[in-house]
Design a protein around this ligand. Structure first.
Ligand code: COA
Length: 185
């Protein structure tokens, strides 16, 4: 098992996770055009806390920075990167959750909503996280109005933890629900 703070990045960079319908692989710079196409949609980013992408260059910068973090994957269907799922570790998390914890985040392109892909990809990532890191609890948050994400987390077995406040990219304060999933004994 790997210590969260002592990770073989080269090994993890090459990690590919497969599910029945999807492949999770690291983001490539060549995904920028496709990412821009899906992530410019204002129905996707803002409810998850990030602004719609403004250009292919913007998407490329995000691939090189945010999406290059360990355990952040492109969700690929038929060779198309249709979304993103990641396990974030402190200090990249949105909140400090305590030792031996990680934070789950995900989005799916609107064209692919309603097929259960967010849960399918996240389930694989959760198993990978619990199997390969010293994680006891995985946390996630969603905005109160984000019924779709609430549903995904219910399907994954997350339970209510607490209500929190956060600030969005426009500096606006909003309420969010935090949920958690414990490692099975
Ligand atoms: C939340 C999100 C990842 C869900 O992805 P998904 O792969 O469509 O998830 P599911 O197929 O499991 O659907 C979850 C629920 O969304 C609802 N839903 C499904 N298709 C929908 C559609 N086209 N429009 C609106 N809601 C829909 C249903 O209530 C569904 O629950 P059900 O399976 O019990 O019917 C996706 O909607 C998304 O990316 N939203 C924007 C970003 C975001 O909210 N990220 C999470 C931040 S916390």
């Amino acid at each position: 098992m790997q210590n969260i703070f002592n990770i073989n990045r080269t090994k993890l960079k090459a990690m590919i996770l497969k599910t029945t319908n999807l492949k999770l692989r690291p983001w490539n710079e060549s995904d920028a055009e496709c990412l821009y196409h899906f992530a410019k949609n204002p129905n996707v980013g803002p409810i998850a806390g990030w602004p719609p992408h403004e250009s292919i260059q913007d998407s490329l910068n995000i691939i090189k920075t945010i999406f290059s973090k360990k355990e952040t994957y492109a969700i690929v269907k038929d060779n198309i990167p249709i979304g993103c799922a990641g396990l974030l570790f402190h200090p990249d998390t949105n909140h400090w959750w305590g030792e031996n914890s990680a934070e789950l985040g995900y989005w799916i392109a609107e064209e692919y909503w309603g097929r259960g892909y967010a849960a399918e990809a996240s389930q694989k990532l959760i198993e990978h996280g619990f199997n390969n890191y010293d994680i006891k609890t995985i946390y996630a948050t969603y905005r109160i109005e984000n019924k779709q994400s609430k549903r995904v987390l219910e399907k994954l077995g997350f339970k209510y933890y607490t209500e929190m406040q956060n600030e969005n990219y426009l500096g606006k304060i909003f309420k969010e629900i935090a949920v958690k999933l414990e490692r099975k004994p």
